[in-house]
Design a protein around this ligand. Structure first.
Ligand SMILES: *[C@@H]1O[C@H](CO)[C@@H](O)[C@H](O)[C@H]1NC(C)=O
Ligand SMILES: *[C@@H]1O[C@H](CO)[C@@H](O)[C@H](O)[C@H]1NC(C)=O
Ligand SMILES: *[C@@H]1O[C@H](CO)[C@@H](O)[C@H](O)[C@H]1NC(C)=O
Ligand SMILES: *[C@@H]1O[C@H](CO)[C@@H](O)[C@H](O)[C@H]1NC(C)=O
Ligand SMILES: *[C@@H]1O[C@H](CO)[C@@H](O)[C@H](O)[C@H]1NC(C)=O
Ligand SMILES: *[C@@H]1O[C@H](CO)[C@@H](O)[C@H](O)[C@H]1NC(C)=O
Ligand SMILES: *[C@@H]1O[C@H](CO)[C@@H](O)[C@H](O)[C@H]1NC(C)=O
Length: 433
């Protein structure tokens, strides 16, 4: 008997029914999963709230876009579902760890201290600090339902147990970091493997410290923000050498690099040593996007050229004393507001390989209010030969939709949503498209 199309559909429906777990709140195969993100007013870090373990414990984590994996301080860890990853297991291979910890010196085993378990070095990328080797293990990880009314759980989520002192400079209540970087055990990789959606995720950060932005894992773009048709794309580049502080192996960087070729201020090309924009043969240079830097960071020669050009475009506006870490500040009352995209200042364009594709930065993203009457250009000088020449940090990517599309090795980016009188806090998870 030949199966008709209808029979096949019926069959797959039946299969789906069998696959679906019995817990009614859990939905096994979403098209995408939304993780609300809130900005911390003190540290300017972007925080995610997840649940982990059995019974579930809430975890507050600092989001690290280029981070290698999820790490958490395992002090007081209690869970009936934790399992360590034994040396040479599939999990250790996936995590690219051949560092086998044969014997843990504590008397009784506990999460973070098992014999014959593989380890990795967790990184506090906010302070550039590295802890001692942490152990790889797995446990239940779930995204709370507050946003969508649905609970999404990954039963065997791989993560690293770190020691407490690695929490220095992280926001209050935070017990670890959530890495979204280019590895096989980052959040996007494990979510897409488990939920079987493409290795894609969208980031929409809100400058607000009271209303959420979001990270959307999977195929959807956030509802309430119709930018899917207006995204521009540029290739995501791979830096062949790790940019992690903990690097001493042989792997490529987990950071997301993009190919900025030139910089313009009010449409005028800025002159500086453009070699800084490419990743050189010692793997220095290039442009990356990061959520652990609050502002934009530039190598000295780019910084000087951009600041000079920016100031030249505002000849009649008096400058005020610079407020560190910034070098160019104005009295806010002498700068007009645009109707949507913040202070009326020169726009900065990051121009990509295809010259018709550029990322235009408006005042809302470039100017930082440092006091009631002073605002500064939010660019920080990082030194003459930093590891990465330009870092687009938090303030510069707020209220912009970014889609990291790993299978197509490209970054999709929208214009400032403010131009459409929208913002990242408009994301409506119930109407994903
Ligand atoms: C890790 O991911 C890459 C693709 O990004 C893939 O080629 C590789 O096989 C993966 N490694 C393992 C151990 O799954
Ligand atoms: C590890 O193995 C050693 C030697 O066999 C043993 O004394 C120790 O208790 C074990 N530690 C843990 C954490 O299992
Ligand atoms: C580094 O990678 C190369 C090629 O991928 C490999 O041949 C070499 O053994 C690796 N070295 C180390 C130290 O892992
Ligand atoms: C900014 O301008 C206002 C009005 O002209 C003035 O009162 C204030 O002192 C100025 N602030 C600074 C920091 O220059
Ligand atoms: C611009 O807008 C801000 C806040 O919306 C306001 O505080 C400021 O006074 C405005 N500046 C001018 C020059 O109108
Ligand atoms: C601000 O707007 C006013 C009114 O449109 C205009 O006269 C003035 O030149 C503007 N100032 C700047 C610095 O753009
Ligand atoms: C922008 O949106 C707000 C509410 O989201 C609305 O009140 C306002 O009228 C809109 N402004 C424009 C110019 O469309």
């Amino acid at each position: 008997m030949a199966l008709s199309l209808d029979n096949i559909n019926l069959l797959s429906l039946l299969l789906l029914f069998l696959i679906l777990p019995s817990t009614s709140q859990t939905y096994a195969r979403p098209r995408s999963v939304v993780l609300p993100i809130i900005k911390d007013s003190k540290t300017l870090q972007y925080l995610a709230q997840l649940n982990q373990r059995t019974p579930l414990v809430p975890l507050k984590l600092t989001v690290d876009l280029g981070g290698q994996f999820l790490w958490v301080d395992c002090a007081g860890y209690v869970s009936s579902t934790y399992a360590p990853s034994h040396c040479n297991s599939f999990q250790c291979t996936l995590a690219n760890s051949n560092n086998c910890i044969k014997e843990c010196t504590y008397s009784s085993p506990m999460p973070g201290c098992y014999n014959n378990t593989c380890g990795l070095l967790p990184d506090n990328t906010v302070i550039g600090g590295v802890g001692s080797t942490g152990q790889l293990g797995q446990d239940v990880l779930s995204i709370p339902s507050a946003y969508t009314g649905l609970v999404y759980s990954v039963p065997k989520f791989l993560f690293i147990c770190a020691k407490g002192y690695l929490l220095d400079s992280l926001a209050s209540g935070v017990t670890g970091m959530a890495g979204l970087g280019r590895t096989n055990i980052s959040l996007p990789s494990q979510f897409s493997a488990y939920f079987r959606f493409d290795r894609k995720f969208a980031v929409c950060l809100s400058p607000s410290t009271v209303s959420n932005g979001a990270i959307v894992f999977g195929n959807g773009v956030p509802g309430g923000i119709d930018t899917s048709k207006s995204l521009l794309y540029t290739p995501l580049l791979i830096n062949p050498v790790s940019t992690a502080t903990s690097y001493f192996g042989n792997e490529s960087s987990s950071d997301y690099f993009i190919g900025v070729q030139s910089v313009k201020v009010n449409g005028k090309l800025i002159r500086f040593d453009s070699k800084l924009l490419s990743i050189d043969n010692q793997d220095f240079g290039g442009t990356k996007i990061s959520t652990v830097y609050p502002y934009m960071v530039m190598a000295t020669s780019i910084y000087n050229a951009v600041l000079e050009a920016f100031a030249n475009e505002m000849p009649h506006i008096p400058r005020v004393k610079a407020v560190p870490p910034f070098g160019l500040c104005y009295n806010s009352s002498s700068i007009n507001n645009t109707s949507h995209a913040g202070p009326d200042v020169p726009h900065i364009d990051l121009v990509f390989q295809r010259k018709s594709v550029y990322w235009r930065i408006y005042g809302a993203n470039s100017m930082v209010k440092v006091s009631n009457d002073v605002m500064c250009l939010g660019i920080v000088n990082i030194g003459s030969k930093p590891r990465t020449s330009i870092v687009l940090g938090g303030h510069f990517i707020e209220d912009i939709l970014l889609q990291f599309d790993i299978p197509h090795a490209r970054l999709g980016f929208s214009n400032s949503l403010l131009l459409q009188n929208k913002s990242c806090s408009d994301i409506n998870a119930k109407s994903m498209s």
